[in-house]
Design a protein around this ligand. Structure first.
Ligand code: SAM
Length: 302
């Protein structure tokens, strides 16, 4: 018998995708002030966001933090199914009641960080999903890294984040915003800021502007194995360890200064270069040169 608050088989069919203890937050609740709850009130922005997502009728949309359902029902009107993951028990219960009769919506009461997106896709009979979320800002980076780790089952994403974070995600090399988060993002996705949303569109209004970033999948190094991506990201972390230091200095703990300087010189780059001056491909080429065990092709012929 269906209990009140359950939407069809939604809960049984999705809970298996929650790792660890279903709804146990991975951070103590004291460190989750208000759970980043700024609800999107303005219907004009709801519509504009929907337009920018370029949804397909057969999409499975995984929504992060549906809150009071500002977007959930609208998404369900255009796609095959929406699975919405909400950590707040009273909001999740409210949504489960609201969508109890709607077979195209399943509400999963869980911490998004404990959800295995690939398993969720499998349970819904698809290999890939589109991820949408007006992200809780206090936990934006952990969610992004979780999504990057789940990238194989994601066909595209549309995420509303703080404008300042959006600029870091989409930054060009040589700019102030370009850093480790940019490289992690642009290694797998092509992010584009498509819409700026003012604080007044939310209730309560946040202190800063937000932006919708649309991410298309981009595979830069198709021959890389998972370990090579991981090694590369470790390398990039070291390259950006202290942004104002040169690459040679940041890598001094791992490689001899002479070796790094030689690799840069061979590439026609100045030896006092900083990591932020190198594109993702250029960083990868330096990585390859310094890590002879890597199977990576030499994309720049360094
Ligand atoms: N989507 C709604 C909207 O646009 O009005 C709410 C967005 S609000 C910025 C963020 C939502 O994420 C809140 O509903 C909050 O409870 C939920 N949330 C916060 N941390 C979460 C987590 N770790 N896992 C899942 N949901 C979370």
């Amino acid at each position: 018998m269906m209990r009140r608050g359950q939407s069809g088989d939604a809960r049984q069919s999705t809970t298996g995708a929650v790792k660890a203890q279903g709804c146990q937050p991975s951070m103590p609740s004291t460190k989750r002030p208000k759970l980043g709850q700024h609800f999107l009130q303005d219907p004009r922005y709801r519509k504009r966001i929907l337009d920018e997502l370029r949804l397909r009728a057969d999409d499975l949309v995984i929504e992060i933090g549906p809150g009071r359902g500002a977007m959930t029902g609208r998404l369900a009107e255009v796609v095959r199914k929406v699975v919405a993951i909400e950590i707040d028990s009273s909001l999740a219960r409210r949504l489960q009641e609201e969508f109890a009769k709607e077979s195209r919506v399943a509400i999963l009461h869980a911490d998004v960080l404990s959800v295995d997106f690939a398993e969720l896709c499998r349970q819904q009979g698809v290999s890939q999903c589109l991820v949408f979320g007006n992200l809780p800002y206090y936990i934006t980076s952990p969610i992004l890294y979780h999504l990057f780790a789940c990238r194989n089952c994601i066909r595209a994403m549309g995420l509303l984040v703080q404008h300042e974070v959006a600029e870091r995600l989409a930054a060009e090399p040589g700019t102030r915003d370009y850093g480790y988060l940019t490289v992690c993002t642009q290694l797998h996705f092509q992010p584009r800021i498509v819409l700026t949303v003012p604080p007044g569109a939310f209730s309560p209004p946040p202190k800063v502007h937000s932006a919708l970033v649309v991410f298309q999948v981009r595979t830069r190094f198709p021959n890389w194995a998972r370990e090579e991506y991981e090694e590369f990201l470790e390398f990039v972390k070291r390259c950006f360890a202290q942004k104002r230091k040169t690459l040679v200095n940041n890598l001094a703990g791992s490689f001899s200064r002479d070796r790094v300087a030689r690799v840069l010189a061979e590439a026609g780059k100045p030896t006092n270069l900083r990591a932020e001056q190198l594109s993702v491909e250029e960083l990868a080429a330096v990585f390859e040169r310094l890590s002879p065990s890597s199977m990576l092709n030499d994309p720049l012929g360094l």
